[in-house]
Design a binder for this molecule. Structure first.
Ligand code: F6R
Length: 597
């Protein structure tokens, strides 16, 4: 899972590539590099570490040229070193390649190449690609590339340049995203549109099995056998909502923009189109997603049980891939993904489709692989999310899932119209009520400072509160590196209570008024064993609870409250991570978009 970019035109390729890589850093930031045709040779500069290390290296060297490729890496095969950084060049510097994906048969290809005298310089699966193209080169770059593609197995998006064609850039796609952009007498390639949208006006998302050749003569599309295909460019709607504060961490800026994205999301929700789709009728539903997207799915399951009286399963996409698929014709699979490019999620969708299920996606990227695979897509309106940790996207997903639940309940007549109208009004107030949470930011920072040195943090809850607790725990661990776990409150006494002692913190999510007594009991159980506690409640007697901190969220129906608790816990995670000196926007070992299985 990496980001790749390429450029051919009249500008200085290095600055275009660096700008693109900056936008792609969310996909990985273990190393970065560029290769540029300088008129005579392929000039390569690459460095382990953040993009600033590459920028520094480039500031001391003159790398000139207007055709080049760049890469930002999330390490999968081989550690994060200069040597394992992309681009990779073939033995005599004839071909340079950047790769996003995994070459599953790279060991066989490496053995094949070694037998033919090629020496490999890295531990990666990617390096073999450059050597293989070189091996097959007999005078025509496109033919050599296509020949090499026949041997490569796995998933790959590639950008390739060669010393033989100073002004030609190639792009390849199989199971990893790649977009072609067209500017003024110039072309670019990128893992996602954001890296090239400042100078390109028309775009083409490559399909699996396509190769594009970009040069001053134009863009030409081919299949993997070199057969020409019709080129297709389309104009792209600009991001509808991009609210970003200068000089503020992306994660904080994104949390603060949640009220605005909820407002826009509510206004733009395509109710009638969704109703038409749902009216088709489905026997059962399943929700699929990974990480925070899966957690948003849990909020949906709870709402479906409470509001529509339907039992819906949510499954982690990678688990769905390994289990016997219990879906078929008549199943509606609701797939949740911010990026629409998560490999596990996409593979799960393909599997569900093969079984005959229909796909409804809730996605933040209109032209993603997921939306292309879906029968119907709802596009969340939170704008681009840059910080690795999902914050505004999770809340927008949960908002849209609640709206799906309401439409379903209404269509099936499971819930009376007054109740549907009441809940719809609750959802319409989400934005306004979340604003009040954002206004209490200082108080939430205080709480975070309280738990920043915890030995472990347990997030406890029941029903919808448990769904929120799971997201709270994920957020805290991924940005602050504190050990955390989410646990059903009622299960504590069956084992985990053994871990409660001084130094351990519990965040008790207790917004559901019907569970007041049970939540009060949970709190007592952990406090009397020496643990410290934060209670998140919504205007109940727990406001007076003897916890170390009590945070009150706006009162709401229990199916809606998890969204408020989640925002509170996003703040906890952010401020705890800041206080611990962590890089909140780019946590260690992670990347925004997980495009490998
Ligand atoms: C956590 C986080 C991840 C993503 C997960 C799915 O903060 O961001 O857990 O939620 O990788 O990503 P998408 O939604 O792009 O499919």
């Amino acid at each position: 899972m990496c980001g790749i970019v390429g450029y051919v035109g009249r500008r200085n390729a290095v600055s275009v590539l660096l700008r693109g890589l900056k936008m792609l850093e969310y996909r990985g930031y273990d190393s970065s590099g560029v290769a540029v045709h300088n008129g005579a040779n392929l000039c390569v500069v690459k460095r382990a570490g953040r993009l600033c290390a590459l920028e520094e290296a480039l500031s001391t060297r003159e790398v000139k040229g207007s055709c080049g490729i760049g890469h930002t890496r999330w390490a999968t095969h081989g550690s994060a070193t200069d040597q394992n950084a992309h681009p990779f060049v073939s033995s005599y510097g004839k071909f340079a390649v950047v790769h996003n994906g995994i070459v599953s048969n790279y060991l066989q290809i490496a053995a094949f190449l070694r037998e033919r005298g090629v020496s490999l310089a890295s531990d990666t699966d990617s390096e073999v690609i450059a050597h293989l193209i070189d091996y097959y080169y007999t005078g025509d770059v496109l033919s050599a590339l296509c020949r090499a593609l026949c041997d490569i197995k796995g998933s790959f998006a590639l950008a390739v340049i060669s010393v033989y064609e100073p002004h030609v850039l190639y792009g390849v796609r199989k199971d990893s995203p790649l977009v072609v952009g067209e500017g003024k007498k110039e072309f670019a390639l990128c893992s996602d549109i954001s890296g090239i949208s400042d100078f390109c006006s028309r775009f083409c998302a490559l399909q699996n099995g396509e190769v594009v050749r970009l040069s001053e003569e134009g863009a030409a599309l081919f299949d993997f056998y070199g057969n020409p295909l019709p080129m297709r460019f389309e104009n792209r709607e600009k991001e509808l909502f991009e609210d970003r504060e200068e000089g503020v961490d992306d994660m904080l800026s994104e949390i603060r923009s949640i009220p605005a994205s909820l407002r826009l999301g509510f206004e733009k929700f395509p109710k009638e189109e969704l109703r038409a789709f749902l009216k088709e009728g489905f026997k059962e539903m399943l929700v699929l997603g990974c990480g925070s997207a899966y957690h948003a799915g849990l909020v949906f399951c709870e709402a479906m049980r409470e509001v529509a009286e339907v039992c819906v399963r949510a499954e982690i996409a990678s688990e769905f891939l390994t289990e016997k698929p219990c879906v078929g014709e008549g199943t509606l699979v609701i797939v949740v993904s911010q990026s629409g490019e998560t490999a596990d999620t996409l593979l799960a969708v393909e599997r569900a489709k093969k079984c005959g299920a229909k796909i409804l996606s809730v996605c933040n990227a209109r032209a993603s692989s997921l939306t292309r695979l879906s029968d119907f897509s709802l596009i969340t309106r939170c704008g681009r999310e840059r910080a690795v940790a999902a914050t505004k996207s999770y809340v927008s997903q949960a908002q849209y899932l609640l709206l799906i639940c309401l439409e379903y309940a209404d269509i099936t007549g499971k819930t009376n119209i007054d109740e549907v109208a009441r809940l719809r009004r609750e959802i319409s107030l989400l934005s306004q009520k979340t604003e009040s949470i954002c206004r209490a930011e200082k108080r939430l920072e205080e709480v975070a400072l309280g738990l920043k040195n915890a030995e472990a943090v347990f997030f406890l809850g029941r029903k919808g509160d448990l769904a929120a607790a799971k997201e709270g725990s994920l957020k805290l661990k991924e940005v602050s590196y504190l050990f955390s776990e989410a646990y059903p409150s009622g299960e504590l006494k069956h084992g985990t209570l053994a871990l409660m002692e001084k130094g351990v913190w519990c965040v008790v999510v207790a917004t559901d008024p019907s569970l007041l007594q049970k939540n009060a009991a949970t709190l007592s159980e952990v406090l009397c064993r020496g643990a410290s506690a934060v209670v998140i409640t919504a205007g109940s007697a727990l406001e007076e609870a003897p916890a170390d901190y009590v945070v009150t969220v706006p009162e709401a129906d229990p199916v809606v409250s998890p969204l408020f608790s989640a925002v509170v816990m996003q703040y906890f995670a952010y401020f705890a991570a800041k206080a611990r000196g962590c890089d909140v926007d780019k946590p260690r070992n992670l990347a925004k978009s997980v495009t490998v299985e």
